[in-house]
Structures are given as C-alpha cells and as structure tokens.
Design a protein around this ligand. Structure first.
Ligand code: FES
Ligand code: FES
Length: 185
C-alpha cells in the first residue's frame, strides 16, 4: 500500500484550489494497488490521479465532461475523472491507461491495435479512447462499426478524423494470438 499527500489539517494547494478545511484519507485501489492519499473530498479524481499519484497518462482536455480525454474505469464503468469528486471514489477500483497492459513487455490488444492501425497522432485523446474501447469490448465483444462509433461517441479527437481509431478497435476485436498475448484483462 502506498500513501501520498499532506498533513490532514494544513492548507493544501492543488489545481482544484487551495483547501484549508480538513482533508480526507482517500483509500482506493488503482491499477491493482491499494492506495491511500490525503486530499480534499471535492478534489477531482483526475487531479488525484495526476498530481497525488503521478499517473499522468490520464489527460485533461475540457475539464467539463465533454471530451473524454480524462476517461478511466471506475469499478469497471467508464467515467470522466474530471467530474468525479474524490469522495465518490472512496473504496473503488480505478483503472487508468497505466494499468491496461498485462505486463511491461506486452501491450493490451487494444493498445497494440492502435499502434498497428495508426490510431494515435498527438496522443492526447488516446488513453481515454483506449479505455472507452475496453469498456465497449467488455459489454460488446464483437461490435459493429456503428456500435464502435456509438461506444466512442463521448471521446473527441482533433487529429485523426476518427477513421483509424474505429479501424483500431475493429482490429482489436479481430486480434488473434499474435496480438493478444496476455489476453483481455
Ligand atoms: S477533461 Fe474530462 S471530459 Fe474533458
Ligand atoms: S490523436 Fe490528437 S486528439 Fe486524438
């Protein structure tokens, strides 16, 4: 278990503001590791991940729940971490892009498909896209292209024109043993 943060009664400055009220010990499981960090109860999960836990793979785009760049899995459900207060994440299991690959040496099949199909350009949208794709493939293992478009509708990309992203997700569904080593998590 790892602990992060400050004395629970001192002022703390984060990108969400400066807080002087008592903070909370946020206990949650992130990418399979039990974690405790001291944060304001209304701090955004996005900031907890990026600033307290240094998991900078989760990106901030709009900060308003409109772009999906900050998407993570919370108890398996896709959420915009910019909209989730820390208190709401208490006791939950969070998966970020850092927790998707089965090992340091092997990419997840969706990640591999993005590599193979050129599904990422600047990469800002990519972590959220991959987590949205994984959420989709969990509930719908063989989606049609229309279902992929619908499943990724909450994730915006300014670079790719989306075609290669949709191709990447289709490729991930079709992936054989050559690209699924380690399998779906
Ligand atoms: S940063 Fe959270 S949805 Fe855009
Ligand atoms: S690759 Fe740049 S925003 Fe999607």
């Amino acid at each position: 278990m790892s602990t992060h943060g400050h004395d629970s009664h001192h002022a703390t400055t984060t990108s969400s503001g400066t807080f002087t009220r008592p903070l909370i010990e946020l206990r949650l499981r992130v990418n399979g590791i039990d974690t405790v960090c001291v944060v304001h109860p209304m701090a955004r999960l996005l900031d907890v991940l990026r600033e307290s836990l240094h998991l900078s793979g989760t990106k901030e785009g709009c900060g308003e729940g409109e772009c999906g760049a900050c998407a993570v899995l919370l108890n398996g459900e896709l959420v915009c971490s910019c909209l989730v207060p820390a208190l709401q994440a208490m006791g939950t299991e969070v998966t970020t892009i850092e927790g998707v690959a089965p090992s340091l040496a092997t990419l997840d099949r969706v990640q591999q498909a993005f590599v193979d199909c050129g599904g990422a350009q600047c990469g800002i949208c990519t972590p959220g896209m991959i987590l949205a794709a994984k959420a989709l493939l969990t509930r719908c293992p063989q989606p049609t292209e229309a279902e992929i478009r619908e499943g990724l509708a909450g994730n915006l990309c300014r670079c790719t024109g989306y075609t290669k992203i949709f191709s990447s997700v289709l490729r991930a569904c079709q992936a054989d043993g050559a690209t699924t080593e380690g399998g779906e998590r």
